[in-house]
Design a protein around this ligand. Structure first.
Ligand SMILES: Cc1ncc(COP(=O)(O)O)c(C=O)c1O
Length: 438
């Protein structure tokens, strides 16, 4: 296919820089020299403004389980729109989506809706502080949980900043107040002994532990079951709440990652797939932990407003998207995930290029290193190979395949063996070109 024609995208970017900082509204979608602009999507295909078509293996950063413009979701939303899109009153639609979620996941007694994963994480952390009366939160080094400043701490710490003994609290955004850093305890992912020691040393001050069972920024390496079990035991013993961030990992199965691991948190943050392609966030958990939001007896311990919380458009789209995901569909999609991971691993082996694939379910991540990865620090081994990954991702894009610049990919239900095999063929070509460059 060769070089893409992207003249219209270039012109849109020039216009965008006049009214948006750096032409950008979302740091993640920036790519140099400028991003390609989307025009439309249908099923697992996306078309840009210059008419180039891509097999979309990014699915708005894992959120589109059913690809673009799924007919049943479009129908549900189209029926809803003429009835009104937002009210200063609750609607039945929020009860329906909450009922669906509670019927699937053992740890969900109650659900609270918000508008994004970042918001869900922020509200969950505030709920934990309100429930325990303690100021600090613990999180894993290198884990991404959205843009709340407490949740951002040590997101991109490096060997120069992360400290030798215990992980240090490193600011992500410039201007992060010292008070934020002082109130975030950073623990290593998947290293149970060290993490337990740090948590117990801070036990009296800690409201909660926030953990993503398969953190993408840390290399999409699944948690070891024993690590999550340790977190469950220690948080229970020390009176802290355990919060799972399942904004991405809820994709893994009918009851999310917690169903796969068999560990029940007190609170879970959700977003992405539960909105059927529309903005959403949610906090779900035990009746006891969620009681901080209950307004029936006066001001709740954790008051939480939000003009578009539980808006009926996101609710009906999310309900339809989740209803389509019956257990058999998770099984089919996860089998396709295994097919793509096997194909990627075979391509590395066949071409002799150093690399590996991580992930589970319908998620995968390509890493240009074969080093054994356990946590954020070991995953740094992949950083040295960033130029190789950049070349591979650009080759895929130039040949009509979209994945994240980090190597992250996610399948959607319109896909079958043919789309997976097309990807594997083009990926193999990308690695063959790498081999030729060496
Ligand atoms: C694990 C995790 N938590 C939270 C968020 C933030 O969600 P949102 O982008 O909807 O604010 C993300 C976004 O990618 C995420 O991956």
């Amino acid at each position: 296919m060769g070089e893409l024609q992207i003249g219209k995208s270039a012109a849109l970017f020039a216009r965008a820089t006049k009214v948006l900082p750096g032409g950008n509204s979302r740091t993640t979608v920036w790519s140099s020299p400028h991003p390609v602009y989307a025009a439309s999507g249908e099923g697992c295909w996306l078309t840009d403004v210059d008419g180039n078509r891509y097999l979309d293996l990014l699915n708005n950063y894992t959120s589109l389980l059913h690809g673009h413009a799924h007919p049943a979701i479009m129908e549900a939303v189209t029926q809803r729109l003429p009835l009104g899109t937002a009210f200063p009153l609750p609607t039945e639609t929020e009860i329906e989506l909450a009922e669906l979620l509670c019927s699937r996941v053992q740890s969900f007694d109650h659900v609270r809706f918000a508008n994004s994963g970042s918001e869900a994480v922020m509200i969950a952390l505030k709920a934990a502080r309100a429930r325990t009366g303690r100021p600090k939160i613990a999180k894993c080094e290198g884990a991404y949980h959205g843009s709340y400043d407490f949740a951002e701490v040590s997101l991109d710490s490096s060997p120069e900043t992360w400290g030798n003994a215990e992980p240090r609290s490193v600011p992500y955004s410039h201007g992060t107040p010292q008070g934020v850093l002082d109130n975030v305890v950073v623990i290593p992912f998947n290293r149970s002994g060290e993490a337990e020691r740090i948590l117990r040393a801070n036990a009296g001050d800690l409201a909660c532990v926030l953990v993503d069972p398969m953190p993408n920024r840390g290399g999409l390496i699944p948690a070891q079951r024993g690590y999550l079990e340790m977190l469950r035991r220690v948080t229970s013993e020390c009176g802290m709440l355990l919060i799972f961030d399942e904004v991405i990992s809820f994709r893994l199965d009918h009851a999310g990652a917690q169903g796969v691991f068999g560990v029940d948190p007190d609170l879970t943050t959700l977003a992405k797939i539960i909105g059927g392609g529309f903005p959403i966030g949610a906090i779900a958990g035990t009746a006891d932990a969620m009681a901080v939001f209950d307004p029936r007896h006066g001001k709740p311990l954790a008051p939480h407003g939000g003009t578009f919380n539980a808006n009926p458009v996101s609710m009906v789209a999310g309900k339809m998207a989740m209803e389509l995901m019956i257990p058999a569909e998770f099984t089919r999609l996860n089998a396709l995930g295994q097919r793509i991971r096997d194909g990627i691993a075979d391509a590395f082996e066949k071409t002799g290029i150093d690399g590996q694939v991580t992930g589970a379910g319908s998620l995968f991540r390509i890493l240009m290193t074969s080093a054994r990865l356990v946590d954020y620090r070991t995953a740094q081994a992949a950083n040295a190979q960033a130029p190789a990954l950049e070349r591979v991702v650009a080759f895929l894009r130039d040949n009509g395949i979209l994945i994240a610049g980090t190597g992250l990919g996610a399948l959607s239900t319109p896909m079958g063996d043919a789309e997976v095999d097309l990807f594997v063929d083009i990926f193999t070509n990308a690695l063959e070109r790498e081999a030729a460059l060496q």
